[in-house]
Each structure stands twice: as structure tokens, then as C-alpha cells.
Design a protein around this ligand. Structure first.
Ligand SMILES: *Cc1c(COP(=O)(O)O)cnc(C)c1O
Length: 382
């Protein structure tokens, strides 16, 4: 195989051509400030409205419930700090999980330094929280539950609708980091009782540095960014018009192709899992079947150093991820694999493959064949 194989779509995606084309006018001639009231600013204003509409219908929300941010990290920060600081009169207890993205975990850690109390829920070996434990953990002073929709490392999809139901019944707000879910699996904020939801365009073939936070109508939230009162004074700063247009186009395209792409990636995922598990002493990390994101594979090869394997693959033009991209380079074992009780030596031999739009079956065959050879070779010499 001559071409490189990119199997790190969970870290980021390229921008689809249609998405780039939709953005270009707003990087060139259509430069007016959308807040200006002269005629030429109408195009920008309408473009933002249009993108907001596309984003809203993709998750069954209202246009007024969508706020554009600089990405997933800002959305997570805003949701959690914003709800925390707006509700101190009710309490200072927040519930999350041990397998969240750093944008959630480190925001919670920061809040701990401001006298908030955080409960980090355990997960089972598939990465799923216990609904009973969640219900038992909610207290009088609990103001927010923040549980990710789908995990970036092991692909676990949480029972979001049931979590939403519990939060609704107990009168607690529910935020979900849906950065890995949006554009990849169905999301419906009404059916799932979601109060706040984070998304990021570069995880679904849109540009980097643009995301959105859905905030259910009527919810009181403090601002994270103060300034010139853009976005109905909730999130100030001159809008990233081209980015917003790109996000709107990308989410619309992803939803249009959702079912066929899910089927295709589920097939490739299961084929890759099956092929890799045929290599001796290989273990799958995370769940199987419908509880797992299409396109996510995370395996450990017993006795193999994941970093060495990663470097070997890199030299062959195969781009995967050893652990989470965000903690790559750090020596800490993945907090997600630790939480699902993967032994330390198996964490060190783990690797994540995440597939997407351009992944083809022949690439999967090539991966399986080469990994078998590489793993057997490394084992023979160690
Ligand atoms: C990528 C990612 C983020 C961060 O999004 P950015 O747009 O890169 O800030 C947050 N949560 C999850 C689950 C992610 O995968």
C-alpha cells in the first residue's frame, strides 16, 4: 500500500470540500462584522442564523438554544463553570465520571479549588456508569451532572436517555460532552432530556477552533467570556463567521449521511476487532456492539510496548494513537483504561484506531496483516 493510512479520526478530521467551499466567501469578500447594522453585514448575520438553524435541527433543539464557542474545551468549561457559579445558592455538589475528557476533568478539579465538591462516578469494565449509583449519588445540594455521551478512547456510549431521565426526575441539570457523538451517532436533546451539550466541529469534518454549546431555554448560566454582548450577551466576541458557517455545513452533511456511515464503520470496526483478536494475547479494551462508537477500536497486545508499536506504525505511514491524543507524550497511564481496570502493563501495550469517512476495507485488511507481522516480530525478539 503506497498511501498513508490515517486511523486517528477521533483526534481530528480534515475539512470536507463542501464545508471549505461554504466557508471561503466569509474568509474573502464577505468580511463585514455581523453586528454592524449597515446593509453589507446582512449576509454575515444571515449566514450565522442559517448555521444556527442547521445545528439546532441536527440535535432537535431550538435556534435560540445554540451558542457558538471556540470548540469542545470552551463548551465544556462554560457549561460546568457557568452552571456551577450560577447555582451556588442551591449547592456546590457536581457529579461526573472518571472517564471524562480532560476539558471536563480539569474544569472539575479547578472547581474543587473553589470549594465545590465533585463526585467522580466509577464505570464498569465496558466503561458504562451505574444508573443506580448515579441515582444514589444525587443529593439535595447537587447542581449538575456532567457525563460524556461517548468516550474518545474506548468508544463507550453511555445510556444517555436513562441518565437524562434520572436527572429530570431528581431535578438536577444534565450536561453531556457529546464531542465524539455529534455527527457520528443519533443525538436528540429533547428525547434524551439533555440540558446542556458540547460539540466541536473538527471532530465531524469541520474546521478547528469552532464549536457550540446547546443550552436549554430558561436555564440560568453565568458567562465565561464577557465583552461586547454578541450572541444575546451570553458569549461575547465578534463571531467566527467562516467557522460557524463551516460547522453548520459539516453538521448538516454528517447527519445526512449518518445511517449509511454508521453501518459502514460498524462493519469495518468489527472486522478490524476480529482480525486483531486473532493475534495471540490480544485484548479488546471497551465494549462490543451497539455500546461502542462506530469506527473506534482500542486493543492491547500483551508484552508489546505501545510506544514502540506506535513508532513502528508511524514509520510505515500508519497514523494511530497510543492512548488519548490529549495525553500523548505524557507518561501517565490513560485514566480511562485505568478506570475500566485494564492492568498497567496492558495499558502500556494499548493502541487506538479510529476510522472515518475515507477509511476503506483494503486499509483494514492491510492493517490486520501488518500488525500481525509486527507484533509477532517484536515478540520473537524480546
Ligand atoms: C476533542 C474532544 C474535546 C475537546 O474539543 P476541542 O474542540 O479540541 O477543544 C472534548 N471532549 C471530547 C470527548 C473530545 O473528544
Amino acid at each position: 500500500m503506497k498511501n498513508d493510512i490515517y486511523v486517528d479520526y477521533a483526534a481530528t478530521t480534515y475539512i470536507k470540500n463542501e464545508v471549505l467551499d461554504s466557508m471561503l466567501p466569509y474568509l474573502k469578500e464577505e468580511f463585514a462584522n455581523p453586528s454592524s447594522i449597515y446593509r453589507i453585514a446582512r449576509k454575515e448575520k444571515n449566514a450565522i442564523r442559517d448555521a444556527k438553524f442547521k445545528t439546532a435541527i441536527s440535535i432537535n433543539a431550538l435556534e435560540d438554544e445554540i451558542f457558538f464557542t471556540s470548540g469542545g474545551s470552551e463548551s465544556d468549561n462554560w457549561a460546568i463553570k457557568g452552571i456551577a457559579f450560577a447555582n451556588t445558592h442551591k449547592g456546590k455538589h457536581i457529579i461526573t465520571t472518571k472517564i471524562e475528557h480532560e476539558a471536563v476533568l480539569n474544569t472539575c478539579k479547578y472547581l474543587e479549588s473553589k470549594e465545590f465538591e465533585i463526585t467522580y462516578l466509577d464505570v464498569d469494565e465496558e466503561g458504562i456508569i451505574s444508573l443506580e449509583e448515579l441515582n444514589n449519588t444525587i443529593r439535595e445540594d447537587t447542581i449538575l451532572v456532567s457525563i460524556m455521551f461517548a468516550n474518545n478512547e474506548i468508544g463507550t456510549i453511555q445510556p444517555i436517555e436513562k441518565i437524562g431521565e434520572i436527572c429530570r426526575k431528581r431535578g438536577v441539570l444534565f450536561h453531556t460532552d457529546a464531542v465524539q457523538a455529534i455527527g457520528h451517532i443519533p443525538v436528540d436533546v429533547q428525547k434524551m432530556n439533555i440540558d446542556l451539550l458540547s460539540m466541536s466541529a473538527h471532530k465531524f469534518y469541520g474546521p478547528k477552533g469552532i464549536g457550540a454549546l446547546y443550552i436549554k431555554k430558561g436555564i440560568k448560566i453565568d458567562n465565561l467570556i464577557h465583552g461586547g454582548s454578541q450572541q444575546r450577551a451570553k458569549r461575547s466576541g465578534t463571531e467566527n463567521v467562516a467557522g460557524i458557517v463551516g460547522l453548520g455545513e459539516a453538521i448538516e452533511l454528517s447527519i445526512k449521511n449518518l445511517n449509511t456511515e454508521m453501518d459502514r464503520l460498524n462493519y469495518l470496526r468489527d472486522k478490524l476487532i476480529k482480525g486483531l483478536l486473532e493475534i495471540q494475547n490480544t485484548k479488546l479494551n471497551g465494549p462490543v456492539g451497539t455500546k461502542r462508537l462506530p469506527g473506534n477500536v482500542n486493543v492491547s497486545f500483551k508484552g508489546i510496548d505501545g510506544e514502540a508499536l506506535f513508532i513502528t506504525l508511524d514509520s510505515m505511514g500508519i497514523y494511530a494513537s497510543s492512548g488519548s491524543a490529549c495525553s500523548a507524550g505524557s507518561v501517565e497511564p490513560s485514566h480511562v483504561l485505568t478506570a475500566i481496570k485494564v492492568p498497567n502493563d496492558m495499558i502500556k501495550s494499548s493502541i487506538r484506531f479510529s476510522m472515518g469517512e475515507k477509511t476503506e476495507e483494503e486499509e483494514i485488511d492491510y492493517l490486520i496483516k501488518n500488525l500481525r507481522e509486527i507484533v509477532e516480530r517484536i515478540r520473537k525478539f524480546s
